[in-house]
Design a protein around this ligand. Structure first.
Ligand code: GDP
Length: 138
């Protein structure tokens, strides 16, 4: 069993596809073990994406992520990190495989609907960033 953090980003909430995204995870056998809707602060977004702080798109990314509410969740299942990444598709929706969330729903490399942790260490940091032990229902 593995856990991963996923976010329906502000563009996904605005497009009314929260259920669509979560449904794809559930259909593949991943379980939601924690879930909340929140509006990220600038500091909160900058801390979450700290690994990208030197990238040219950092300011734009944090502005986008604070532009509206998001839905943050923890998913559990065998090989959850890789499976969620597979369902998401490539960062740039133009390069994402058919049938992935980003190919089907996303507009741009930045407004790409969904986040998913990319490695076990990242997942641990990201889950702890948004949830405490009592909020995890595995
Ligand atoms: P991910 O793991 O597929 O989400 O991609 P990354 O970790 O590389 O980037 C984090 C997020 O930053 C992406 O999901 C996008 O929202 C955004 N992003 C990535 N690359 C770019 C870029 O070249 N330009 C802009 N504006 N945003 C980007």
């Amino acid at each position: 069993m593995q856990r991963t953090l996923s976010i329906v980003k502000p563009d996904g909430v605005k497009k009314n596809v929260i259920g669509n995204v979560i449904g794809r995870f559930e259909s593949e056998g991943l379980r939601v073990v924690a879930l909340k809707m929140m509006h990220l602060t600038q500091k909160g977004a900058e801390g979450f994406y700290a690994v990208h702080s030197e990238r040219p798109f950092f300011a734009s990314l944090t502005e986008f992520m604070t532009g509206g509410p998001v839905v943050v969740m923890v998913l559990e299942g065998d090989n959850a990190i890789k499976r969620v990444r597979g369902l998401m598709g490539a960062t740039n929706p133009a390069e994402a495989d058919e049938g992935t969330i980003r190919k089907d729903l996303a507009d741009s490399i930045e407004a790409n609907i969904v986040h998913g942790s990319d490695a076990p260490e990242t997942a641990e940091f990201e889950i702890g960033y948004y949830f405490n032990a009592m909020e995890l229902h595995g």
